[in-house]
Design a protein around this ligand. Structure first.
Ligand code: NAD
Length: 486
């Protein structure tokens, strides 16, 4: 008998298979996974609808058989705006203020999560445990432990889970990395990542910020600690506070860290990590670094170095690396350099000539790729599976942990920490040049210079002398009720 998916779901419901997780009561989904009928839509629930969630709504609307069936946001004004827009599109989605109630709905097949970072792993886990397939934004976890738990949940529930690292679907990048991996540019000797994004101070309030009217602050906090918010803007600027965000290395950075992992053949977690940097020039409520460098070593021995910069360089040319002044990676190969970024890649030979161009599409089909995998019930079709997205998120968390437990130091100390790592030294020198342009006195406002952390590659946690302090940052205790239970 050819059972449809929905009939199987009903069968599971009738069998009374119920799981209760973190306040989310849901019917266990089918373990057998027949494909969708040819004209059967995938009924999508969108969670977090402000900036990125709105972009994703627009993208999924372009995908055949992707149906906007539910909208969820804890901010009633954001929810009302998106409900109005959906109506104008001829849609009639169910509105939800609480994602757990959306997970309970038998009329939703898959969810799209674009909440702040600290909610990604727990909501993705609960959705998967409720039988939903999941598209979850990057970074897919807010710390290393969350990523491990999410992987375990994904493994057990066997849901289709795509990460929002859309570069993996970029046609130009796919062609460029296929050529790289086929050895067309010669052996790879180093990978450098650049997260160059000019940003501004987020300000500081004299009194804690009052969240938007009607917003369910308990649900917004989720697993994060209940701390006063001293920044001026409620939405988006949570990126720059450790409680909810991961700084730019965990915001824009996961895109370039993910490209770097892709270039290296997705080696998983590194053996060792060093991070250094700080927040300079802005006197505000932000905590995360706006100038940072990181260095990673993987078993193959090819170094990955990474640079984060949010301060606009006073001297644009000096702030660039081989002409790169935006977010990108550079893969150093025997025959030249591959420059890869959102929207494509170029291969530049040793004479400085562009030898090959790979025009991309900024990952325009990434959402369609998810829907295809969902409809075919084939995780192997996904361009951005968790197996790739968790390590690339973890690279941000590990460098942040090293930096955060680091000791204060001046320019000489930063250069000394980079000694022996050619690429890291270059990044540090460029950062010091940027800070000089802002007349930062590192004796008064020092850098945080992290130790080299040794990583247990099976857990992502730190071993050795620094384990205690580093691991406290890599596995925070969630607020009660927000645990990920595998
Ligand atoms: N892939 C990309 O290129 C890309 C681009 C931008 C942002 N992002 C990612 O998307 C995520 C969202 O970014 P943003 O800029 O839209 O942030 P934002 O703060 O502007 O919006 C987040 C929304 O989530 C809602 N929300 C918070 N907690 C919720 C909960 N428990 N249930 C339901 N809704 C909840 C908020 O009310 C808000 O409307 C971030 O993790 C970011 O890293 C990815």
């Amino acid at each position: 008998m050819n059972l449809t998916r929905r009939r199987l779901l009903k069968t599971a419901a009738a069998a009374g298979a119920t799981v209760v997780l973190g306040g989310c009561t849901s019917t266990a989904a089918e373990t057998t996974r027949p494909v969708y009928a040819p004209s059967e839509p995938v009924r999508l629930g969108f969670i977090g609808l402000h900036g990125r969630g709105n972009d994703l709504l627009k993208s999924f609307r372009q995908v055949p058989l992707a149906q906007v069936s539910a909208l969820c946001d804890v901010d009633p004004q954001v929810l009302a705006t998106r409900m109005g827009e959906a109506k104008a599109h001829g849609e009639s989605p169910m509105p939800f203020a609480d994602p757990r109630r959306l997970f309970d709905s038998a009329d939703i097949d898959a969810v799209v999560i674009a909440t702040p970072n600290h909610l990604h792993a727990v909501l993705a886990s609960w959705a998967a445990q409720a039988g939903k397939d999941v598209y979850v934004e990057k970074p897919v976890c807010h710390d290393v432990r969350e990523g491990q738990l999410l992987l375990a949940v994904a493994d057990r529930t066997r849901r289709i889970i795509q990460a929002g690292t859309q570069n993996r679907s970029d046609i130009g990048l796919r062609a460029a990395f296929a050529a790289l991996h086929a050895g067309e540019f010669g052996a790879v000797s180093a990978v450098r990542g650049f997260c160059f994004r000019d940003r501004a101070s987020i300000g500081r309030l004299p009194m804690p910020l009052v969240p938007p009217a009607g917003l369910d602050y308990n649900l917004w906090l989720g697993p994060a600690a209940d701390e006063p918010i001293m920044r001026k803007q409620f939405h988006y600027d949570w990126h720059w506070v450790w409680n909810t965000g991961n700084g730019d290395i965990g915001n824009q950075g996961p895109h370039e860290l993910d490209l770097a992992c892709w270039a290296l053949g997705d080696p998983g977690l590194p053996e060792s990590v060093l991070g250094l940097g700080g927040r300079f020039a802005w006197d505000d409520a932000g905590e995360t670094a706006n100038a940072m460098a990181a260095w990673y070593l993987f078993p193959g021995g090819i170094p990955l170095s990474f640079e984060v910069r949010n301060l606009a360089p006073k001297d644009k040319a000096a702030g660039a690396y081989h002409g790169i002044a935006e977010a990108a990676i550079v893969v150093e190969c025997a025959d030249g350099e591959l420059h890869a970024h959102r929207g494509g890649a170029t291969f530049i030979d040793h004479a400085g000539k562009i030898a090959r161009t790979f025009a991309g599409d900024a990952g325009a089909t990434h959402q369609e790729n998810f829907i295809t995998a969902v409809r075919q019930r084939q995780s192997t079709l996904l361009h951005a599976p968790l197996a790739h997205a968790v390590p690339s998120a973890d690279l941000a968390h590990l460098a942040n942990a090293s930096m955060r437990i680091g000791v204060p130091g001046d320019a000489q100390a930063a250069l000394a920490a980079a000694r022996g790592h050619r690429e890291l030294g270059e990044h540090v020198e460029r950062l010091l040049g940027i800070l000089e342009g802002y007349q930062i006195d590192l004796a008064k406002t020092p850098m945080h210079i992290g130790p080299v952390l040794s990583i247990d590659r099976s857990t992502g946690l730190c071993t050795g002398a620094e384990a205690g302090r580093a691991n406290a940052l890599l596995q925070r205790q969630p607020r009660p009720g927000w645990e990920i239970v595998v």
